[in-house]
Design a protein around this ligand. Sequence first.
Ligand code: CMP
Length: 142
Amino acid sequence: MIKPGAVHNKHIGHILSKIEEAGFTIAAIKTTRLSLEDAAEFYAEHKDKPFYQELIEFMSSGPIIAMVLLKENAVEDFRKLIGATDPAKAAEGTIRKLFATSKSHNAVHGSDSDASAERESAFFFSRREFLRSDEVIASMEY
Ligand code: CMP
């Protein structure tokens, strides 16, 4: 997901370029907006954390870009590309170092496991809305 702050600051294009340059294929993409209830459901695993309320209010404060990304080793490689949760600790050149303004306004979200990626993809997209990996492989050969 590209979060509301990065969308508001017109960083969508730059972030998509970084994602494609890093070798990811965008298998699904849409602009949408989360209600407070949507954000609460999406981030339910954090509901006991002190930052939960701030997180769900921010994530429902404006449009977001939801994506399904494909790549070998996608979860780990995407986490490397985006950098640490706190942009102050993120490595040079990472998306959060470049575009995040704080730990809560940290530009992007990435799934933390293949299981989360499945769940989070299904949260935003129906099966008919994204390419399967065999279709992506076919499109690369095109
Ligand atoms: P994200 O990858 O979307 O997953 C959970 C989010 O909670 C995380 O990015 C941060 O934006 C936010 N978050 C995690 N830790 C903190 C914190 N200590 N203070 C504020 N927000 C946090």
